[in-house]
Structures are given as structure tokens and as C-alpha cells.
Ligand binder design. Sequence first.
Ligand code: AMP
Ligand code: MG
Length: 487
Amino acid sequence: MDFAFDNSFHDRMEGFYAPAEAAKPSAPKLLIFNHPLAERLGIDVPGAGDAQLAAIFSGEEMPGGANPLALAYAGHQFGHFSPQLGDGRALLLGEIVAPDGARFDIQLKGSGPTAFSRNGDGKAAIGPVLREFLVSEAMAAMGVPTTRALAAVATGDRVQRERAHPGAVLTRVASSHIRVGTFQFFAAHFGAEHVAQLSDYAVRRHFPGLAADRNPHLALLDRVIGLQCELIAQWLGIGFIHGVMNTDNVAISGETIDYGPCAFMDRFAVNTVFSSIDANGRYSYGRQPQIMHWNMARFAEALLPAIHAVDPADVETAKAMVEAVPDRFRDIWHARMRAKLGLEEAGEGDGELIDDLFDQLERNSVDFTQFFRALAMLLRGDGAMLAGLLPDPDAMAPWVADWWAALERETIAPLERADAMDAVNPRYIPRNHMVEAALAQAEEGDLAPWLELLEVVRNPYADRAEWSDYAVPGPADAEPYRTFCGT
Ligand code: AMP
Ligand code: MG
């Protein structure tokens, strides 16, 4: 099978990667292929059978035109700089230009060691592969910028983690895999010229409109900050906790990348952390905006030599851009929250209304996802859902009164407003207890529960009676949910 690869990174960025080869899987078996995504990419596979898809998307067979490579990158991990990371368990097959002109990386994850594997085995276990597939599909369905999953293939090999697991390979699709850490790698090891070359490439690939800017590197910083503000506001709006916001896991495209320890919050608590290795809560729900700010400061530092080379005076502008991140974020976040609350126009008291809401949600331990659907039900004249979420039916009455007062600023029919809210507030997210149960069964060879859950989270705004179990959190007295990094 051939793809119409057009490998710009391979062709133009020699020295920024290491050629790589996929390990041979012993018995590749297709678990799932994402046909709608293949169609969006313009990859023509209707004639391909499962066996051929399994061969290609496990690394057994290289498609024609592939230039397999591992990208070099560095990164701050939990605040500490690691100068040498890179794709240790991933392999970029090549780039595809979709029918609409958008360019995508096609990458195998879990296909064996590369030049950057250090002590790792370069492999992935089936659980994390299916987890990433599911959660990234859920994110895409909720309109959150994200890498996508094109295929999952079981390798037939065992992967040793805390115990042996069936191995698998995930095919990840991203508008690129350039990370903040990619810039850091070249800033740390090579200096301004390499940084400028990478920046020029990134601008040309992602933001061609900025190429003519007086200082494109400064313009890139500004754009990436804007995209990160949007992204983190989206995460907060759906209770998503990424879990490992290291700078090597920040894509400059503004897509969510690296679905290791991420999870969604059920009952609201601002300090929620799921990742087993995040002992200090560095990447807790509520800290994500601050960490994004910190990561953008690291991005600016990496870009500074290139920015300076164009015009030393722009260094001050870059610093001011970084300082402005919290204000910029707040505006974007408030706009998102207004949409969730059914408000169209900004008002004076919005900040207070939003802050109060989060206090109340935490105090009453309210399920974050259902709450916003319950508000829409209230607009439809049905208060039962909201009452059912609260420890006592009037627990949030003062806040609800403030919200009503804010709604009255605008003249929008309640039913219309309720529908607009339901279009941005998901009913179904990947609930942790559901995800874990489905993955456990998949590991035992039964994919059916996982496939059903996938169908649900691909339709986050639907409301189907037969899916009612998927809308509710797990038992309140369950053990705290823990996630792990290794894919
Ligand atoms: P992550 O936690 O996914 O952001 O990965 C951090 C770094 O560790 C990246 O450079 C990965 O490529 C590398 N890495 C993680 N797991 C493995 C593995 N099993 N084999 C080789 N490298 C790995
Ligand atoms: Mg990573």
C-alpha cells in the first residue's frame, strides 16, 4: 500500500531527527481502524483488508514513500530540564496532505526502540493504546484541538510493565509533532540559527500568514500563546486534567498531545490530580493555566536567540507577551464559561459569578459534567436534575439566583438558550470507572465494552436513554482514581 506522503520535515530538516526502523511484531492483529479519520485525511483504504492494515499500522510493513524517523526534543519534566528526550517509542512514517490542504504527521507509537529510547523498550501496552484512542476521540468530538488516533493494532508480543501485558501500536495523527521541547532541544544544543530554522519551518507549516511578519519568531510566540490559552480554557471547561504538562508534551500547533495519565474529573475539586507520579499536584486541574504560563515562558526563552537576531528590541516585547498570559487567558476562559452558562455577552460581574460557581461546586461536591446539563434543564422548567446533583435541593439557590439575574441582561428565549448550552456542554465524557472496566475487558480479549464506550464518547452531546449509565460518575466512596504515564 502506498500513501501520497510529502515528507517536508524529513526533506527540509536534516539534523533535527534520527532515521528509525520499526520492530517486527510477531502476530499483528487489527483492533480498530478509524475510517472517518482516514476519509478526512484522504487516505484511500477501502480495498485494504484488516491484515494489510494491521501490517502497515504495526510497523510490520513500511508503506511506499515512508521516511521513518524519530524526532529529537528536550523538555522540562516536572520543572527540571532534560536536555535529551526525543521520540523513544514513536516513529514518524511521514506526512500526508489531506484533500483540504491540511498537512498531518502519521506516527506509530509503540513500534520499538529508536536512537532516543535510552533505557526504554520503545513498546506500548494495549491498555494505554486503547485509552489514548478513546480519550483523543472524545476530545475531538468535543471540539478540543487534539492529536487523533487512526489505528490500534495488537502486536502479538508481550510488553513488560509492572507485569506483562499484550503489546499494541497506536497510529497517531497530528498536525505536527513539533513541541516546545523541540525548540528547547535546538536552543540548548545548537543555538540561534537552528532555532530560527525550526521556527521558520513551524511558521511555514502551521501559520504561513506569519511568514511575512517583521519578526516571524515573535509572531510565532504570540500565536502559540494564543492557542495554548484557548486549549487550556477548553480543558478546564470539560474537567480535563492532562496530568503531564511537561514542555515536551506541549505541541506548538495547539493540539492536546500525550494522553498518558490524563483523566476527567467527576465531582468537582480544584486540586484534583490523577497521575500517580504527580505527588505535589503540579499538574492538578486548577493549576493548568499557571503551568501553561510557565511553559510559554520556557518557549519564549527558547525562541529568544532567534527573536533577538532579527531585532534586539523585540526581546522586551516577547517578555511583555509572556507577562500578559494570565490576563489573556482569563478573557478566553471567561468567554468559554459564559458559553457554558448560556450567556452571550460579557458583563461586569462575570468573574465573580464564575469564581462563586467553582466554590459552590466544590463545596457541594457536584458532578462537573452533569451540572451544566442540569442548568439547561432548569431553563426548560425542570429542576429535578439539578436537585438530584446536590446534597440538598437548595444548596446552590443563591448562586442560581445570581445566574438568573445575569441571564436577564439578555433577551434570549430560555429554550433557545438551553439548546445552545447543550451544544457546548457534553453529556458524556470518558468516565474513569467506565474506561477502566472497558480496558480491563479489552485486555482479556473482549473489545465490545470498549467499542460501545467509544461510540458514546464520540457523541458527547447526544442524550440517549439507553446510555444513561454512561452519564453518571462512579460511586462517591470509591478509592481515588490513579493513572500512570507509560504507554
Ligand atoms: P512521556 O511521558 O510520554 O511524555 O515520555 C517522556 C519521554 O520518555 C519521551 O522521550 C518518550 O519517548 C520516552 N519514553 C516513554 N516511554 C518509553 C518507552 N517505553 N520506551 C522508550 N522511550 C520511552
Ligand atoms: Mg511525551
